[in-house]
Design a protein around this ligand. Structure first.
Ligand SMILES: [Zn+2]
Ligand SMILES: [Zn+2]
Length: 284
């Protein structure tokens, strides 16, 4: 199995070195992992930094990209003989104007995979309860859906990323504040969304973190996955969004199962931003 969404301690909200995550992945008998450290560059927020050996470094400083890349590639060589493929990735925070704000080193780093994720609406994070509340109070259900999916659709044309991260992230606090309508919020956007994903060659991930955090289903949830399958979206990665080594690989087998039930016969892995399909049958 693989885990294609992992945050090592370069992200301030994550614990565990790259080595510790690799060790945990081997213990859990994973065959492939992709580190996807946060790349947050919204100048209106104060989280545009990474941690390197306990020191805060601006996300725009090229030195951390070099450190991260070298470190991941070295571990890749060390762990390949132990049966683990280690990939270099990033989770890019998408917001209007992200193209202008990106660090130069982002473009010169040879990532295996870039996940594009919308976390923010008007610079407030939907993944943080208080911030989510202020957004939802201001806009209400339908408008939140319009702003969120418009941002995704606009970002799709940039070519900056390969898969969309945790597509219905607004569910994390959305149900509490906006009611059960959050479960069908994607329905009026799915045709446009899937058409654009296809024309831009972008897939999506099944993010399992919601299953053990506050929600019972993956992101996107079951019906949404099925709808994307039925509209011909073939490229799908699976990731736990682990922020500590003990979370690596969590929920991956359930997600593989979900893919199968939704009509998929393959799951995607990436190398140098090119996808490869692995038959789901090979995990039995
Ligand atoms: Zn995210
Ligand atoms: Zn993440």
């Amino acid at each position: 199995m693989m885990d294609y969404h992992i945050h090592p301690s370069y992200s301030a909200d994550a614990k565990g070195t790259l080595e510790e995550f690799c060790g945990a992945a081997v213990d859990k008998k994973l065959r492939e992992i992709c580190f996807t450290t946060h790349l947050d560059s919204d100048p209106m927020r104060d989280d545009g930094f990474v941690m390197v050996r306990g020191e805060r470094i601006s996300v725009h400083d090229p030195s951390w990209f070099e450190d991260y890349e070298n470190h991941v590639r070295t571990l890749g060589e060390e762990y390949f003989p132990k049966g683990l493929n280690v990939r270099l990735g990033a989770e890019l925070d998408l917001y209007p104007g992200v193209v202008e704000d990106l660090p130069d080193a982002f473009h010169s780093t040879e990532f295996d995979l870039v996940i594009g994720s919308v976390h923010l609406i008007e610079h407030k994070a939907m993944s943080v309860r208080e911030e989510a509340y202020s957004i939802f109070k201001k806009y209400g259900l339908e408008e939140v859906g319009n702003i969120y999916y418009d941002c995704i659709k606009e970002s799709l044309t940039t070519g900056l990323f390969d898969v969309l991260g945790h597509l219905d992230i607004y569910r994390r606090y959305g149900e509490e504040f906006l009611g059960s309508g959050v479960h069908s919020l994607w329905e009026s956007h799915i045709d446009d969304l899937s058409r654009m994903m296809k024309s831009c060659g972008v897939g999506y991930e099944i993010n399992t973190s919601s299953m053990w955090r506050s929600l019972s289903e993956t992101m996107p949830e079951r019906d949404f996955v099925k709808a994307l399958h039925d509209r011909g979206i073939q490229t799908v990665t699976i990731g736990s969004d682990a922020h500590q080594p003990s979370e690596v690989g969590k929920g991956i087998s359930e997600a593989l199962h979900l893919l199968q039930e939704s009509g998929y016969s393959e799951v995607s892995v990436f190398s140098k931003r090119k996808s490869k399909s692995i038959p789901l049958d090979s995990f039995k």
